[in-house]
Write a protein that binds this ligand. Structure first.
Ligand code: GSH
Length: 218
């Protein structure tokens, strides 16, 4: 029997969503502790569970891991989503960091009072800076790196779906990414994660924003 994996975060995507995606693709079941009150967060602080007083927190293999990148690196390594050698890993890391830059811009939108200019900026950067990289990389190959599924593919799928939610039709000029999405969503674990009722979180709403603000007091 595998160990229980427990994720502690808000009831929303934020910094935890890419971790949920990786676990889902790896076929790892997990439980969630959803932070809705300041008291819950303060208890984590008092108990010394948060090394830098920040979430995400992931309990796995008898460790309490914090720092999103460290958590994702651990999961990707453990479940063979991190490339077969150092050079492949370098590529995976570059793709991952680019996608995280883009997803972070989308993640903060609900907390910005007037998001319209920011959305326009995301659209321009996505079309001119980020998506062309992946469109070119997927001209021929099925996966981004080394001919096998890696975390870079998982992050690209997550990111491209997020972009389409905000900017429908944005992939019309990127047919290779669109076909990639089609292939990736045939993966059984991914198919399951995309079905209603899975642990995938919906787009952020006012309730989520209010809860984050209450818990973190800002
Ligand atoms: N570098 C950290 C990571 O990637 O995990 C940043 C984590 C972070 O900023 N978490 C926010 C938080 O806990 C919630 S999404 N903020 C509370 C604080 O910084 O006091």
């Amino acid at each position: 029997m595998g160990e229980k994996v427990v994720l502690t975060y808000f009831n929303g995507r934020g910094r935890m969503e890419s971790i949920r995606w990786l676990l889902a693709v790896a076929g790892v079941e997990f439980e969630e502790v959803l932070l809705t009150t300041r008291e819950q967060y303060e208890k984590l602080l008092t108990d010394g569970d948060l090394m830098f007083q920040q979430v995400p927190l992931v309990e796995i293999d008898n460790m309490k891991l914090v720092q999103t990148k460290a958590i994702m690196n651990y999961i990707a390594e453990k479940y063979n989503l991190n490339g077969k050698d150092l050079k492949n890993r370098a590529m995976i890391n570059m793709y991952t960091e680019g996608l995280m830059d883009l997803m972070e811009m989308i993640m903060v939108l609900p907390f910005i009072p007037d998001p319209k200019p920011k959305v326009d900026n995301i659209q321009t950067k996505a079309k001119e800076r980020f998506l062309p990289v992946f469109e070119k990389a997927l001209c021929g190959p099925i996966y981004l790196v080394g001919g096998e599924l890696s975390r870079a593919d998982v992050h690209l799928l997550e990111c491209s779906l997020m972009l389409e939610e905000k900017l429908p039709g944005i992939l019309s000029e990127f047919p290779n990414i669109k076909s990639f999405q089609g292939r990736m969503t045939q993966n059984l674990a991914i198919k399951k994660f995309l079905e209603p009722g899975s642990k995938r979180k919906p787009q952020p709403d006012d309730v989520y924003v209010k809860q984050v603000k209450e818990v973190l007091q800002f």
